[in-house]
Write a protein that binds this ligand. Structure first.
Ligand SMILES: *Cc1c(COP(=O)(O)O)cnc(C)c1O
Length: 333
């Protein structure tokens, strides 16, 4: 029994999800004729109190489209040094948008208004134009750390007062909301745009939705096309996302519970130096040599991700069964 804790992206669609896919009504979405894609976009927008949505193949694309739509060359993005847009999107901000980045040094990736304030530059010839603030919730590289609704709002008010634009990389926003005990509509009115991944903890095989105003989404649709993201009968994929939004949000708390159980086990292991606080479904812990630890665990049937030379990441998800948890308990010592 291989236990794959490398990421919450490794899940396979369930039989019920495949049924939803099989029964989807589809059309050509480049011609704007796929009813299931439209249904997903409208549903997701309504869930977050946003005007419109755009279905994209990946979270990297939704983030990169947002950066492109909100900026022009010579603009600068402010984000934390741990964020996905900066670290894991192949430098797309430079490639697609010709913008620069200014990084904060947040607590496990959590930025504050004071940190952002220090990044906003005066309008001199020799500085780029401060334009866009991106936060990530939960912060992947921070070990699934969570911004509260109040923190997101406070930053939003500050960002607005400075005339800047505010984007949320919400790849795991439902994990954040689950941990906070809040609803997606509680984010209504805070952000200019939101990127939501359905292929992470929600378990769809692929797909992210970008949310914003109608005008922003119209512009984003064109950018999606030029990036090669115009898909045809993508309703088959959208159907899995609709299914995931309808069925897989309330069960995220089970993943969080399992992550907590693993945290307890790791803390008892002599070879683990430190475990970052576990708030959601991500567990990051420190060891002597992460590659060697990952290898040792893999030999016991537990797959993990070496995240830095000394950090290992585990992520719980809907394909981790209670049986696997028993196995993990036996092997982690
Ligand atoms: C996974 C992830 C994304 C998007 O990744 P894709 O693999 O392109 O879907 C964006 N932001 C964060 C924080 C992520 O964890």
């Amino acid at each position: 029994m291989a236990i794959d804790l490398r990421s919450d992206t490794v899940t396979r669609p369930s039989a019920a999800m495949l049924d939803a896919m099989h029964n989807a009504e589809v059309g050509d979405d480049v011609f704007n004729e796929d009813p299931t894609v439209k249904k997903l976009e409208e549903m997701c927008a309504a869930m977050f109190g946003m005007e419109a949505g755009l279905f994209c193949p990946s979270g990297t694309m939704t983030n990169q489209i947002a950066v492109k739509a909100h900026t022009q060359p010579l603009d600068e993005i402010i984000c934390d040094k741990l964020c996905h847009i900066y670290n894991y999107e192949t430098g797309g901000w430079a490639f697609h948008s010709g913008v620069s980045m200014r990084l904060t040094d947040g607590d496990r990736g959590i930025m504050t208004t004071e940190m952002i304030e220090k990044c906003i530059l005066p309008d001199y010839d020799w500085y780029p134009n401060s334009k866009l603030v991106c936060i990530e919730n939960t912060v992947n590289k921070g070990g699934g750390s969570v911004y509260t609704i109040e923190q997101m709002k406070e930053i939003g008010q500050y960002v607005k007062s400075k005339g800047l634009i505010y984007h949320l990389d919400g790849a795991r926003i439902f994990n954040a909301l689950t941990s906070l005990g809040k609803k997606s509509t509680d984010l209504s009115g805070i952000f200019d745009s939101i990127s939501v991944c359905i292929s992470k903890g929600l378990g769809a095989p692929a797909g992210s939705v970008l949310l914003g105003t109608k005008d922003f989404i119209k512009k984003s649709r064109k950018i999606r096309k030029v990036m090669g993201g115009g898909m045809r009968q993508s309703g088959y994929l959208a159907a899995t996302c609709v299914y995931a939004l309808e069925n897989n949000i309330s069960r995220l708390s089970e993943d969080h519970k399992k992550a907590k159980q693993i945290e307890v086990l790791l803390k008892k292991c002599a070879w683990v130096k430190q475990v970052l606080p576990v708030e959601t479904n991500i567990i990051i812990f420190e060891v002597e040599d992460s590659a060697r630890t990952a290898e040792t665990l893999a030999a016991k049937g537990i797959r993990t991700s070496p995240f830095s030379p000394t950090l290992v990441r585990m992520v719980t998800h809907l394909d981790i069964t209670d049986e696997m948890m028993k196995e993990i308990e036996l092997e982690l010592h």
